[in-house]
Design a protein around this ligand. Sequence first.
Ligand code: FDA
Length: 392
Amino acid sequence: MSPAPYDAIILGAGAAGLMCAAVAGQRGRRVLLVDHADEPGRKIVISGGGRCNFTNIHTAPDRYLSANPHFAKSALGRYTAADFIALVERHGIAWHEKTLGQLFCDGSARQIVAMLRGECEIGRVELALSSPVGEIGHDGGAYTVALPRRTVTAPRLVIATGGPSIPKLGATGFAYDLARRFGLKVVEPRPALVPLTLGGDEALFRTLSGVAAEVVAKAGKAHFREAALFTHRGLSGPAILQVSSYWRAREPIGIDFIPDAAPGWLIEAKRHHPRTTLRRTLAGTLPDRLAEALAERLALTGELANTPDRRLDDAARQLSAWRFTPNGSEGFAKAEVTAGGISTADLSSQTLEARRVPGLHAIGEAVDVTGWLGGYNFQWAWASGWAAAQAL
Ligand code: FDA
């Protein structure tokens, strides 16, 4: 039998697949990179509002969710944010830090795709676009993949087809089906970095659609100080997207609307400005419509002077730990990423190779590793792609 023309077939030309292909190609491997879309890296193109938040300088394993919190350490430690920044700079792409260590292109996110395509060309990677993947076989030594006009073989197969978030961009659950076929477990996928919806009594807050405020949002033990935004369906904004990854159905999330308040602040306000109202006091730090809605929900609309201290203390406590119980999320259609995925228990953290299926690797969002908002997910895609490429 003639040897397979490829050393590796990578399924999915997104962030992780492009990086893996480029690095493996530059290590002398003959790589075929396959995607059903007609262009590579579609999520990169629309990411970060078109400017791609390509990494975060504060990348650390504790900023990722996974059933095994240690799994991402190896890849993240060997291919760092600094490595990706060096690559971006070699390609002359100008960038800036926006906030909280988040690095964005000054220009278009398309520069990142062009950079990765350029790196793939240096590695002589063959790119097969508009190529839906058909039957996949494995005879113990080689993997065969049926493409529209040919069947290709290689001793190594990399699953880099991402997760099902934003199906209209070509996202699918293909990675999970394939992994299960080879006996790998899949941690229940769920939408993450996703707006949450409010119903019932809390639906009243939807009238605040468009109002935003800096808050501390909490779910379980996780808490994030960033902006929260009321929407016509519920809650969004960075603080809410962050906690959504930790939120479980039917559980409440907590919002501290006045994170900088000193103890007893409302009683102090009463002492200094007895004729003022809670609404006017809150409007000093919160948008007026939100201040009004919160004061009404607390049924404290009169002057502070006429309100007993005990009620003011209660109100202050509630404002610092407001409980919303979302009735759901906006789902995979709006989720920036998918939490869960191919179980890390079945993969090597060094090579991302399946422990019991030699030659099969899984990288990027397909794997049960999910980053915070802010460039962490791309950094995982680059790092896991790079780590797998060392073993191809
Ligand atoms: P990715 O989804 O990039 O690639 C998967 C590839 O597989 C796609 O090209 C797809 O077409 C292909 N594919 C799927 N099914 C297939 C099949 N059956 N056959 C063949 N090919 C198939 N992250 C971040 O760090 N900073 C940011 O600014 C943003 N911004 C952002 C905005 C929006 C709107 C979204 C939806 C997501 C982000 N993200 C982000 C998240 C980031 O885009 C995501 O984590 C990475 O793209 C994951 O990279 P992967 O390569 O794993 O999957």
